[in-house]
Design a protein around this ligand. Structure first.
Ligand code: AKG
Ligand code: FE2
Length: 397
């Protein structure tokens, strides 16, 4: 490992389990918006709260805590650090960053330490995207799912990331600060308190995702803001997993396709229509991503598909599916190179698709969501008391 004084940094292998990586991948692929740099997508905790998906913070809580402990221990911090920023970040074809330190802007000076957790792997999930330090050892880091890289944010750790050639490179990135006024927890807890103060959290649909402003979901590789060349990232991710989208309403009633995506819609695959309505595109995306996460598990279970749950697509429905696809993804190749899987055509889902397994995933997603939501509501009073987001070990209380 590097000289501790000259280049204070630490690499930990298998810090996260592959199952944790998969869960964070599910969260990111269900919730991401266009990010802060070209061809970069991000999911911040405040975004999760803003889109009615605050419960998805729960799987991150223990991971954040363990990372903070590691950083404090390795850098022998005298006082407790605060977490300044937590984000799931993915980089796609064309994204890169040249030599920099993470505190290299006046508004970033509060950043003292960084932790980058790799959630997928170089060579398998993406090509390009190697990490380099300008000085000291290791010179190059090959991202591998579960590993974490920790370093100081100052100029003793100048680094760069090679351009992504193919695939989607995914990380969980945190920055830590010694300056408590930059604590993201305080802001997040105050937002959570506002939302959950009304106590009307048990009504059906309370935790269905609610899309943010529509421009956060349109991506164009050349950064032009017009929709002509842009693809809708929620739709593109659904298509990349082999599904189609059939809106319930007629598109002629809408000026903008983004409005149509906010309304009820159904999922299709080949010539079948899954006979259940989803509130909006984000709701459908979350379920599809959940299926993709759990597919191999679900595939092994015996499932019975309810009669009438999948019906043949009518001609007019097929037309609606095609119309929406061409409005949301003008350039199929762009969608495929951005969100497609490296080693397969239509990724994530097993070769044999069964609606029975998908139907089981819809129920399992609801149970998963309800469990996390309960955890969140139970934890929130403790978080408020301590002004800290931490894992509350209820079994030991
Ligand atoms: O993802 C990485 O490996 C590092 C990213 C980075 O350098 C940054 O976001 O500042
Ligand atoms: Fe960086």
């Amino acid at each position: 490992m590097a000289d501790r004084q000259q280049n204070p940094r630490l690499m930990l292998s298998n810090f996260l389990s592959l199952e944790q990586c998969k869960e964070l991948e599910f969260i990111h692929k269900s919730c991401s918006t266009v990010g802060y740099r070209p061809s970069v997508f991000s999911t911040t905790l405040s975004h999760l709260i803003a889109t009615n998906s605050a419960h998805l913070i729960v799987p991150l809580v223990l991971i954040r805590e363990k990372l903070k402990e590691k950083v404090e221990e390795f850098f022998a911090c005298e006082y407790e650090l605060c977490i300044e920023f937590t984000g799931l970040v993915s980089w796609t074809k064309g994204a890169s960053i040249g030599w920099h330190s993470d505190d290299n802007r006046p508004y970033l000076k509060q950043r003292n330490f960084a932790a980058v957790c790799y959630l997928n792997s170089y060579g398998r999930d993406f090509r390009g995207g190697l990490f380099h330090f300008q000085d000291g050892e290791p010179t190059t880091v090959k991202p591998s799912a579960g590993d974490v890289l920790i370093y100081t944010a100052d100029n003793r750790n100048v680094h760069s990331v090679d351009e992504i050639i193919d695939g989607e490179r995914l990380t969980l990135t945190l920055w830590f600060s010694r300056d408590g006024s930059h604590d993201e927890d305080a802001k997040l807890i105050s937002r959570l308190s506002e939302i959950f103060s009304s106590e009307v959290t048990d009504v059906p649909g309370f935790n269905l995702p609610l899309p943010a402003s529509s421009n956060m979901y349109w991506f164009s590789p050349d950064q032009s803001s017009d929709h002509d060349s842009a693809i809708n990232i929620c739709c593109a991710r659904i298509y990349a997993l082999g599904f189609g989208i059939c809106p319930l309403e007629d598109k002629t009633n809408f000026l903008d396709v983004s409005d149509l995506l906010m309304k009820l819609l159904q999922l299709t695959r080949n010539n079948g229509l899954f006979n259940q309505e989803f509130e909006n595109v984000l709701h459908a995306l979350q379920v599809v991503q959940y299926y993709s996460w759990k597919a191999s598990e679900l595939q092994g279970q015996a499932t019975i598909l309810e009669e009438g749950k999948v019906i043949p697509l009518s001609r007019s429905q097929s037309q609606k599916v095609r119309d929406l696809e061409s409005a949301c993804v003008k350039d199929c190749r762009l969608a495929q190179t951005t969100f497609g899987c490296l080693s397969c055509d239509r990724s994530g889902t097993p070769e044999i698709f069964r609606w029975g397994s998908f139907s089981a995933a819809v129920d399992a997603w609801r149970d998963y969501t309800n469990e996390l939501h309960k955890d969140l509501l139970r934890s929130l009073p403790y978080w408020r008391n301590h002004q800290l987001i931490f894992h509350v070990a209820f079994d030991e209380l």
